[in-house]
Write a protein that binds this ligand. Structure first.
Ligand code: HEC
Length: 100
């Protein structure tokens, strides 16, 4: 009986944690793939530029140029090719909403 009660309360607690967690958008999780190099939440403290707070349009434009080969780079051309235009748009929107 006690075990059952304990299990029930554990399950309830887990449910409460899940309910309190804000929904993760596709843009948010895809943008996380940029943070290794561009800093947590797109805020860089190193040589690679920050992305947080840039306009979505400029991020989309740059990524599209990397993708097409119009803009050159060491790594970004390969990275940009790994995302669809829709994915790039959602990443750009999310990053533009982050505090620089
Ligand atoms: C492996 C490291 C790495 C990852 C991961 C990475 N970048 Fe980059 N990024 C760079 C480097 C290095 C540059 C400088 C250009 C170059 O050498 O390719 C750059 C440049 C850029 C620029 C141009 C910045 C400017 O001011 O010229 C944008 C925009 C950009 N990255 C967006 C992204 C986005 C969006 C992602 C995630 C989808 C991402 N990057 C993931 C390393 C990375």
């Amino acid at each position: 009986m006690l075990r059952k009660l304990l299990l029930t309360s554990l399950l309830c607690a887990a449910g409460a944690v899940q309910a309190a967690t804000p929904m993760v958008t596709p843009g948010q999780s895809l943008a996380a793939t940029c943070y290794n190099c561009h800093g947590p939440q797109g805020v860089s403290t190193a040589a690679i530029p920050s992305l947080a707070g840039r306009s979505a349009a400029s991020i989309v434009e740059t990524m599209t140029e990397y993708k097409s080969g119009k803009r050159t780079g060491t790594i970004m051309p390969q990275i940009a090719k790994g995302y669809t235009d829709a994915q790039i748009a959602s990443i750009a929107t999310y990053l533009s909403q982050q505090k620089p």
